[in-house]
Design a protein around this ligand. Structure first.
Ligand code: NAD
Length: 322
């Protein structure tokens, strides 16, 4: 059994990983300021501290074996209009966390990086050696943290793994996506099925893709969680390992909408809107390195299954207040 600090463990991905760690018998402390997270998402069996990563030094001590760092702001659009919020929290907050880890001699880190660090891809599927040229302050803030972590590994012997998630989707029991505002496609389409939204906007149907709509790589949040447990084992002192996490399969916006129709039985009206700036036509991961270095194999790659789990969560959340 090991002892882990999970920052952002009341959020979507962090709470699912915290649940997996508790289920594997580990001791888990969640540090989250609830700025976008939910207290009830923290698994029973984990200790909860309502606090900021900027103050991590108050709680970190040498009894922790590693930190899993999810806490961040992650709204791409908001980062464009309020970039300082992203630099301050994502970069400034992580700087404080790294200093606290150094002081407490906690020498292993798993970090939530993102496909947004790559920006417009030069080729598909994207590998970790491809150029990084983020198109938003959010992506830039995450890339800056990746650079910061690399320096920490080289200079101070940190063992670190940055996991670059593609489109995380699905749910794990009563833990799922509840971003506000929601910007991710599957929960948005499900809002139409729930009657909370009249139609789904499809931003651009003239991309150079088979049906003209954007193609993305959807990865089930439980597959993603398993990669974090493997990353803790793979982390090596002095090395910054960067791994993409995706299924290597692309699904278009139209395919996602059609899948939601099949899963929910709702007709899901769609309205074609103009392209949004900074939306690449295709974002698909090569996860070859995650397979090789982490021994990771996703087992929930079926889009209908991912949507079905997200739908079960959305309906449960809808009825939660009744
Ligand atoms: N969801 C995705 O598709 C996706 C894709 C790529 C990368 N990521 C990254 O994964 C991580 C988790 O994403 P998510 O979708 O679960 O987001 P989320 O908003 O649900 O979770 C983030 C959590 O961090 C907390 N938090 C934010 N700033 C904090 C601070 N200063 N101190 C303490 N807690 C703080 C929030 O309250 C929230 O609970 C983020 O770092 C995000 O950038 C997510």
């Amino acid at each position: 059994m090991s002892k882990y600090l999970v920052t952002g463990g009341a959020g979507y991905v962090g709470s699912v990983v915290a649940a997996h760690l508790v289920e594997a018998g580990h001791e888990v402390t969640v540090l989250d300021d609830l700025s976008t997270g939910f207290r009830e998402a923290v698994p029973a069996g984990a200790e909860f501290i309502e606090g900021r990563i900027q103050d991590a030094a108050e709680w970190l001590n040498p009894s922790f074996d590693a930190v899993l760092h999810f806490a961040a702001f992650s709204q791409v659009g908001e980062s464009v209009v309020n970039p300082e919020k992203y630099w301050s929290n994502n970069v400034g907050g992580t700087m404080a966390l790294l200093a606290a880890m150094r002081d407490a001699d906690v020498r292993t880190l798993v970090f939530s990086s993102t496909a947004a660090t790559y920006g417009e891809p030069v080729s598909t599927p994207i590998t970790e050696t491809d150029p990084t040229a983020p198109t938003s302050p959010y992506g830039a803030s995450k890339l800056a943290v990746d650079h910061m972590i690399a320096g920490e590994c080289a200079a101070h012997g940190l063992a670190a793994v940055s996991l670059r998630y593609f489109n995380v989707a699905g749910a794990y029991g009563n833990r799922g996506e509840r971003h506000d505002p929601e910007s991710h496609l599957i929960p948005l389409v499900l809002q139409v099925a729930l009657g909370e939204r009249e139609f789904i906007s499809v931003y651009g149907d003239d991309y150079p893709t088979p049906d003209g709509t954007c193609v993305r790589d959807y990865i089930h949040v439980a597959d993603l969680a398993e990669a974090h447990l493997l990353a803790l084992d793979a982390a090596t002192a002095g090395e910054h390992l960067v791994c993409n996490l995706g299924n290597g399969n692309g699904f278009s916006v139209r395919e996602v909408v059609e899948t939601v129709r099949k899963v929910t039985g709702h007709p899901i009206p769609e309205v074609i809107a103009a392209r949004r700036g900074g939306d690449p036509a295709v974002l698909v991961a090569s996860a070859a390195r995650a397979h090789e270095r982490l021994g990771w194999q996703p087992s929930r790659a079926d889009l209908a299954g991912i949507v079905a789990d997200a739908w079960a969560f959305a309906r449960r959340t809808e009825h939660a207040g009744e």
